[in-house]
Ligand binder design. Structure first.
Ligand SMILES: Cc1cc2nc3c(=O)[nH]c(=O)nc-3n(C[C@H](O)[C@H](O)[C@H](O)COP(=O)(O)OP(=O)(O)OC[C@H]3O[C@@H](n4cnc5c(N)ncnc54)[C@H](O)[C@@H]3O)c2cc1C
Length: 503
C-alpha cells in the first residue's frame, strides 16, 4: 500500500504562502501534500500584488524580493526569462537595478509556485479556492473547515492570512460605505475609477499607498487639486543615494554577502548591551551611528538598514511597555524610513507638488458625510494641537490609511475561531498573533500548539517587522526546520501537546 504523504495546509495564498510552499518543496526530504486555501482565483499575488495598475511598483529592487532567500537571484532570472524589460523598459534604473511592477511580481509568484510544484512530481500542490472559517485540533491532527463546507485534515497548518484589507471607520458609521465617490479600499480596484480630471480629491494618508494613488491620477492627466492628509504628513523617504546613482558602488557589486546573510548577522554593536533595550536608548544609539556614518560621507540609510535587518532580534528584547510606546509615538517615523519611495512615483509626486497640483497637510479626519449639493463628500479636518474644525468639500475621497493587523484577527473567521477556543491569543503589543521564536502559535495557556504555525504580517507584534517580502521569506527560512520536524512528530505527542491546559 502507498504511504500517504504528510499534509500541510496553508491558510491564505499570498506571498507568504508562495514563499513557504516553494521553500518546503525545495527543502523537504520527503514529498509533501500541500494545500493552499485562498479565495482568490490565483495563488501567489494575495492582497499586495493582485492589482493591475501599471503605475504601482515594488518599493525596492528585485534583489530583496526572491521567494527563496537561499536563491536571491531567483526573481532576476525570472525577469530575464520572462522578457519583462522589453515590455516595461522603465523598470530599469540607469544603474541596472530593477523596480518592477507589482502586477508582474504577482505573475512571478504565481509562475514560480507552479514551476516549483512541477519540479517535484512526487509532491502535490492543490489550490482550494475557498475561505477557511474554522480550525481545530482533533485526535492529533488539525481539521480545517471552509466556507464552501469542505473539511481538510493536516499534520501541519500554517496561518498566512496576511494584511487585512484597508478599511475606513467613517464609512460604516455614517452609512457611507456605498457612497460612489468614496474609495474605501483602493487595492480592490484594478484601476482608480474614472475620476473627472478636474475633480477635487482628498487622499487620506501620505505613505506609499497614497503615493501610488497620486501617481496614477497624475499620470492620467489629473488637473484638479489633490490634498493628502495625515496627522504628521510624513512621506516615505527616498532610497540611499548610493543606490540611486548612475553607477552602483563597487563595494556593493563585489560583496558576496546575500540579503539573508545580513539578516542573520548578530545585533549590531550600536544596539547591543550595554545599550538599554528601550525605544529612547535605541533612537539615540541610531542617531549616534548615523552621525558617525555621515562624518564618513555616507547617508543615514546604512545605519537604519542595520537596525531594520536586526529588528527580528531586537524587538523581542523590548519590554511590553516600550513596544507600546514605540507603536504609539515612533512608528510613523520608523515607517517612512523603512518603507522607501519608489523612485519613479517619487518624481511624479515631487513634480505635482512643485506645480501646485498636490499639497500635503497635517490633519486628522474627524467627520465625514455626503455633501448636500452635488455628489461629493463633506469632510471635517482638525490640525494637530488645534481645536478648530475645518470643513471642506471634495469630489472624491481615497482612503490610503495603513493596514490594521489587529483588526484582521477579529474580522477573520478562522483566526476568531482559534481565539474563541483558546488556541490563539493576541500578542502583548496588541497588533497580531502571539507565537514562539519558531513561529509556533501559542494558546491562552501559554503553550505552543504542535503543528500550528503563523508567518508574515500577523506576527508583527512578536518580531517587529516580518512585513516585507525579504523579511517574511527569511522568517520562514529560520522556522523551516521546526516545521519539517512537526511533520515527523507522532500524532499521540501532538494530541498530548494540544490538549488545552487550564490556566
Ligand atoms: C499594497 C501593498 C504593497 C506592498 N508592496 C510591497 C513591496 O513592494 N515590497 C515588499 O517587500 N512588501 C510589500 N508589501 C508588504 C506585504 O505585506 C508583503 O510583501 C507580502 O505580500 C505579504 O504577503 P501575505 O501573503 O502575508 O499577505 P497578503 O498579500 O495580504 O495575502 C494574504 C492572503 O490571505 C488570504 N486569506 C486571508 N484570510 C483567509 C482565510 N480565512 N481563508 C483563506 N484565505 C485567507 C487573503 O485572501 C489574501 O490573499 C506590500 C503590501 C501591500 C498591502
Amino acid at each position: 500500500m502507498l504511504k500517504a504523504l504528510p499534509r500541510v495546509v496553508i491558510i491564505g495564498g499570498g506571498f507568504t504562502a508562495a514563499s513557504l510552499a516553494v521553500q518546503l518543496l525545495r527543502r523537504s526530504a520527503q514529498p509533501l501534500a500541500i494545500t493552499i486555501i485562498e479565495p482568490r482565483e490565483r495563488l501567489g499575488p494575495g492582497l499586495a500584488y493582485s492589482g493591475a495598475d501599471p503605475d504601482h511598483r515594488l518599493n525596492a529592487p528585485t534583489g530583496s524580493h526572491s521567494l527563496d532567500p537561499l536563491d536571491p537571484l531567483h526573481l532576476s532570472r525570472w525577469c530575464t526569462a520572462d522578457g519583462l524589460l522589453q515590455r516595461d523598459p522603465e523598470a530599469a534604473m540607469p544603474n541596472g537595478l530593477l523596480f518592477i511592477r507589482r502586477l508582474d511580481y504577482g505573475r512571478y509568484l504565481e509562475d514560480s509556485l507552479r514551476q516549483q510544484a512541477a519540479a517535484v512530481p512526487a509532491a502535490s500542490l492543490r489550490h482550494c479556492q475557498d475561505r477557511a472559517v474554522r480550525l481545530e485540533s482533533v485526535g492529533g491532527l488539525w481539521r480545517v473547515q471552509t466556507a464552501g463546507a469542505e473539511t481538510l485534515f493536516a499534520e501541519v497548518v500554517v496561518l498566512a492570512t496576511g494584511n487585512p484589507p484597508p478599511a475606513l471607520q467613517w464609512s460604516a458609521q455614517d452609512g457611507l460605505s456605498d457612497h460612489p465617490r468614496l474609495i474605501t479600499n483602493p487595492l480592490l480596484r484594478p484601476q482608480l475609477p474614472q475620476i473627472d480630471p478636474d475633480a477635487r480629491v482628498l487622499v487620506l494618508g501620505t505613505a506609499l499607498t497614497a503615493q501610488d494613488m497620486i501617481s496614477t491620477l497624475v499620470r492620467r492627466g489629473h488637473r484638479g487639486p489633490i490634498v493628502a492628509v495625515s496627522r504628521r504628513a510624513l512621506v516615505p523617504r527616498p532610497h540611499a543615494p548610493e543606490l540611486m546613482g548612475p553607477v552602483l558602488p563597487a563595494s556593493l557589486l563585489q560583496s558576496s554577502e546575500t540579503p539573508l546573510d545580513r539578516i542573520m548577522r548578530p545585533l549590531p554593536d550600536f544596539l547591543a548591551p550595554p545599550v538599554a533595550p528601550t525605544a529612547l536608548a535605541w533612537t539615540r544609539a541610531l542617531r549616534g551611528r548615523i552621525a558617525v556614518l555621515q562624518a564618513q560621507g555616507l547617508s543615514w540609510h546604512a545605519a537604519f538598514d542595520d537596525l531594520r535587518e536586526a529588528v527580528w532580534r531586537a524587538w523581542p528584547l523590548l519590554p511590553g511597555s516600550e513596544k507600546r510606546r514605540f507603536l504609539r509615538r515612533l512608528r510613523p517615523w520608523y515607517d517612512v524610513h523603512r518603507f522607501r519611495s519608489v523612485p519613479f512615483n517619487d518624481a511624479i509626486v515631487a513634480r505635482a507638488r512643485a506645480q501646485g497640483l498636490l499639497s500635503f497637510r497635517r490633519a486628522r479626519l474627524v467627520a465625514l458625510r455626503a455633501a448636500r449639493k452635488g455628489q461629493g463628500l463633506r469632510v471635517s479636518l482638525v490640525a494637530p494641537g488645534q481645536s478648530q474644525v475645518v470643513e471642506e468639500t471634495f469630489d472624491w475621497l481615497i482612503n490610503c490609511t495603513g493596514l490594521d493587523p489587529a483588526a484582521g484577527i477579529a474580522s477573520n473567521p478562522v483566526l476568531a475561531s482559534l481565539r474563541g477556543q483558546g488556541d490563539l491569543v493576541v500578542d502583548g503589543s496588541g497588533i497580531g498573533i502571539q507565537v514562539d521564536p519558531d513561529c509556533r502559535v501559542l494558546g491562552s495557556d501559554g503553550r505552543g500548539r504542535a503543528g500550528l504555525f503563523a508567518f508574515g504580517p500577523p506576527t508583527a507584534g512578536v518580531f517587529g517587522d516580518p512585513l516585507g517580502a525579504l523579511f517574511i521569506s527569511a522568517q520562514i527560512h529560520r522556522a523551516l526546520p521546526g516545521l519539517l520536524q512537526a511533520l515527523e512528530d507522532d500524532p499521540a505527542s501532538r494530541l498530548a501537546c494540544n490538549a488545552r491546559q487550564p490556566h
